[in-house]
Design a protein around this ligand. Structure first.
Ligand SMILES: [Zn+2]
Length: 328
């Protein structure tokens, strides 16, 4: 559908039963590294198909608009867009959270929490037969994660400004936007920038109810891939890489159709068609917002005094314990 506007390539192939499964990356927009970029990711967890579908719905929206929308063409002259809609095709095919090796890709990065993580859920090395398996100690990351790291380090991290959104489902009744850290309660270096983005999002999409917070407000985990990539991005002090995870609350879908409770897919996906359509259209403005925010980052990214102000507000909003510890 995207024709010559989309470049697509296979970044790795995953061995499984039958045919090897490709992991695709699709890029569009201006490749000039001096411009900002946005990465869209989905399908890390094979059970959470709706995440991959939300990313593909946006890709379809872009492909359709490229045929007629001249403002989109102008926008794409100023930004690079990178899509990996289905990071874990083996898990999607098998209907498992983990990849075909039994590894949870979001517990697999070389990031070790020094704080107390919840048992099992925070990542475990006991067995790939149990959920949240991190992979064996000392092994390299799984092929899917190496592919994501290669794409992020070549397409996003070299830029002065980039952000990413990775779509998941399953946690609670609300839609949440999580940002690092996941391995520690300590705030990220770009807390002020993240808070400015949150303000911008809430002012722009004022009738949407995304809960915007650090993942560490909910639980800590070992091996989070976005923590790993964010820490890598810190090596360039004048660059800002803001990775986010969209966690779509799936419990409402189960509450409205309790039969879903008895199917594993039903716990993570809106199985009924009209609800599925509603989810696919609900998040389009959010993904579009991220592209616009990246295009115009010089207009809202805080500097100097504004940065300090945002940092203080962010601390009182998300890290009250730090603020109260520093007040005599
Ligand atoms: Zn997930």
């Amino acid at each position: 559908m995207g024709g010559s506007h989309f470049e697509t390539r296979t970044v790795c192939e995953i061995a499984g039963h039958g045919q090897p499964m490709p992991v695709h990356v699709i890029t569009l927009g201006n490749p000039d590294p001096s411009l900002p970029a946005v990465g869209f990711f989905g399908g890390f967890h094979g059970l959470e198909r709706i995440g991959a579908e939300v990313v593909m719905a946006y890709l379809q929206n872009l492909a359709t608009r490229l045929k007629w929308d001249s403002t989109l063409h102008r926008q794409l002259e100023t930004v690079r867009l990178v899509f990996m809609p289905m990071v874990n095709p083996g898990g999607i095919r098998r209907g498992t959270r983990a990849n075909p090796n039994g590894v949870d890709l979001m517990r697999n990065a070389p990031v070790e929490s020094q704080e107390r993580v919840p048992w099992l859920i925070g990542g475990q090395r006991l067995s790939p037969r149990l959920p949240w398996f991190r992979g064996a100690l000392g092994q390299p990351m799984e092929a899917e994660n190496l592919a994501v790291c290669a794409v992020v380090t070549t397409e996003l991290l070299p830029r002065r400004f980039s952000l990413s959104v990775d779509c998941h489902s399953g946690f609670g009744v609300n839609d949440r936007i999580w940002f690092p850290h996941a391995h520690t309660r300590a705030p990220i270096g770009h807390l002020a920038e993240m808070h400015a983005l949150k303000d911008l999002l809430q002012a722009t999409l004022c009738n949407y109810r995304y809960i915007f917070e650090p993942q560490s407000s909910q639980y800590l985990a070992h091996g989070d891939l976005w923590d790993h990539l964010y820490l890598q991005s810190q090596q360039q002090s004048d660059h800002a890489f803001l990775p986010m995870t969209l966690e779509m609350g799936s419990w409402t879908w189960v509450k409205k159709n309790p039969r879903q409770f008895f199917s594993l897919l039903g716990m993570f996906n809106p199985l009924i068609e009209h609800r599925q359509q509603r989810v696919l259209r609900r998040h389009l403005p959010l993904l579009e917002f991220f592209v616009r925010a990246a295009c115009s980052y010089t207009r809202w990214l805080p500097a100097a005094a504004g940065r300090e102000q945002h940092r203080e507000e962010a601390l009182s909003c998300w890290y009250p314990e730090i603020l109260s510890a520093s007040t005599p």
